[in-house]
Design a protein around this ligand. Structure first.
Ligand code: SF4
Length: 243
């Protein structure tokens, strides 16, 4: 069942207000603190498949050593690995970071590009990372879909998609553009704090009434909801015709 756009307006407003109660995702924090696309790009690469607190520590260590592509050129891959350890896939990420200055110079004249298509040419930058950099570092409309966004939109019943890529394409069609640059932060924060992959906290969910809970299994459901389900079940048993 697809959600109407007015429901999405409410969901967006509620998640925006929830977001203010939690710590912002690490990449956004780095933008707030630095306003520097270079740091946002590096932090976004580090953050893939890595917890925010691990990314934050690794980014802090990295930014003590590098503030420009020239600084990266001076470091060996081994040193980069040592600095960013233990982020997920630190060996591959160190290699990708080491390659960045050359590719940026050769393809983009030394300037970080600001479109999704251009950014995905960079080593270690997939669509999710590219969209995040476009939205956070350049404040341009971009639909950044990660696993939280993909999961929550499908659970809500706003769309029905198989992969994050399909979700991005669907959202580009159906999500009002005014929400593009900000919705990712609100959904990621909500996915990290409430709508978990396993056993989401539907019992304390501020958008419970707007969620179709598609394919959701959880031991946390609101008591009132369980009560009304129990009384509906017993009513339907009592109404059953005698044999
Ligand atoms: S009701 Fe449950 S599944 Fe739906 S958004 Fe809330 S926590 Fe997620």
């Amino acid at each position: 069942m697809k959600k109407s756009s007015s429901e999405i307006d409410v969901v967006y407003a509620v998640l925006k207000s929830e977001y203010s109660k939690h710590r912002a995702p690490v990449v956004e924090l780095i933008e707030i603190q630095t306003h520097d696309p270079f740091k946002v790009l590096l932090a976004t690469i580090l953050s893939a498949r890595t917890k925010d607190n691990v990314t934050a520590k690794a980014a802090e260590k990295l930014f003590k050593e590098v503030t420009s592509f020239e600084d990266i050129e001076k470091l060996s891959i081994e040193k980069l690995q040592e600095i960013i350890y233990p982020v997920g896939f630190y060996r591959t990420k160190a290699q990708n970071i080491k390659e960045l200055p050359r590719v940026i110079k050769e393809k983009f004249g030394g300037t970080i590009p600001s479109t999704v298509d251009e950014l995905t040419i960079l080593p270690g930058v997939g669509r999710k990372t590219a969209n995040l950099v476009v939205a956070v570092a350049f404040n341009k409309p971009a639909v950044c879909v990660d696993i939280h966004v993909h999961r929550i939109f499908n659970r809500l019943g706003y769309l029905e998609t198989e992969t994050p890529f399909d979700t991005e394409m669907e959202l580009r069609r159906s999500l009002p553009e005014k929400y593009w640059t900000t919705f990712n932060s609100y959904f990621v924060s909500f996915g990290q704090n409430n709508c978990f992959p396993i056993d989401p906290r539907c019992d304390r969910c501020p958008i419970f009434d707007y969620c179709s809970r598609i394919n959701v299994k959880t031991k946390f459901l609101p008591e009132l909801y369980l009560k009304s389900k129990r009384s509906l079940n017993s009513a339907s048993r009592n109404d059953a015709p005698d044999k």
